[in-house]
Write a protein that binds this ligand. Sequence first.
Ligand code: SF4
Length: 485
Amino acid sequence: MNVHDSERLTGMLEAAGYVPADPATVVDEGADVVVLNTCAVRENADNKLYGNLGHLAPVKARRPGMQIAVAGCLAQKDRGEIVRKAPWVDVVIGTHNLGSLPALLERSRHNARAEVEILESLETFPSTLPTRRESAYAAWVSVSVGCTNTCTFCIVPALRGTEKDRRPGDVLAEVEALVAEGVVEVTLLGQNVNTYGIEFGDRLAFGKLLRAVGAVPGLERVRFTSPHPSSFTDDVIAAMAETPTVMHQLHMPLQSGSDRVLRAMRRSYRSERFLGIIDRVRAAMPDAALSTDIIVGFPGETEEDFQATLDVVRASRFANAFTFQYSPRPGTPAATMPDQVPKAVVQERYERLVALQEEISWAENRAQTGRRLELLVSEGEGRKDTATERSSGRAPDNRLVHFAPRPAPGVPAWEEPVRPGDVVEVEVTYAAPHHLVADAGVLSLRRTRAGDAWQARQARPAGAPAARTTVGLGMPRLGSSAAPA
Ligand code: SF4
């Protein structure tokens, strides 16, 4: 959600006449505006923010016209506290009024003082704001913002408000516009996609939306994140199984396998229900890859509770799991619960969970060896690709595959290189716990509109130097872990 918000912040600044600064020269030559878009879900967000602001203080001192803005969940949480702790910050803007950033930068410049603007509810649905998409071939599309659940460890509802749904027609119009620009993959985003539609009186709206989005001509892959086990309905499984463009991939947060802990977390499903959904997903789509989020060491978690989590993990055979050590978020009910689990115990359980999941991930990946997979070639997902002369792509089930981008023996050579956004078919030759390798070459290459769109972006001349330049720091790539839900 925050990554997509960063795309909007960038889009708005570009619409206001700013151009991106070269990140490599930010400190020496300087951007005129630096925006830190923050997340409060993970631990240490505050330390990271104030650490980054500390690094920027001397840069700003050397360049007095420079402006620093802090946006996102931590801004919504800390509000005026940010300019008290870091008085060199010019603008603080919350999660509900992203659209005001250019005006606040202008006002701060004009009045020569910090502007802090935090609203308590959504001003405009953010999808109506200009957006600068990070990727030419894959895009996030919000179906809702906020969350109406009250999980006791989670700060999201306090910072993002209750769930607000977009009308299906607006979502479809955005998807159609993206496809017209060359996008072939969309990920529908919501804190809890299974409650989509309750606001406008249709409990089954999400399954219908999946089918409708999946039918948009030219769109090849539809994903979504995140469903919530308590409101998951079987029509969503049917929509996934029956819509060829909806990928057989499901990220469904478990958080704990202990019913006692789930109750204390105020998550209204139980492990039996979770496992039942998984069984039905696998029955409908035997090739589905499942992933999850798990919190270890929630207050009061006993060894027996933890064993229950391990049992569910063993039974679920997740392709991967995002595992977190519980840490209190001030302002959430769990932060003041008795029986906080000592750090050493949490660490030891966490290591056992990670070891088990690594074993399962690796075994599940090894089962892919020898399979032919169709990959959507991606950009920037293989840190070692230059050294290994590989490219990277995502399989339909979202597994990351590093492949040799040359024709396999017997396949005619091509003149132009394989581009991000193109589709290749490869055979898996090796499996690691977190990725696959296909080193025997490409069995087929399909050049796509998305590849053309990616190429057109590369060819586009850099924006003319302008008086005002911006840089976004630390924006993760599309395809990274989802927020908890
Ligand atoms: S964990 Fe997810 S479902 Fe629970 S309150 Fe937070 S965002 Fe909502």
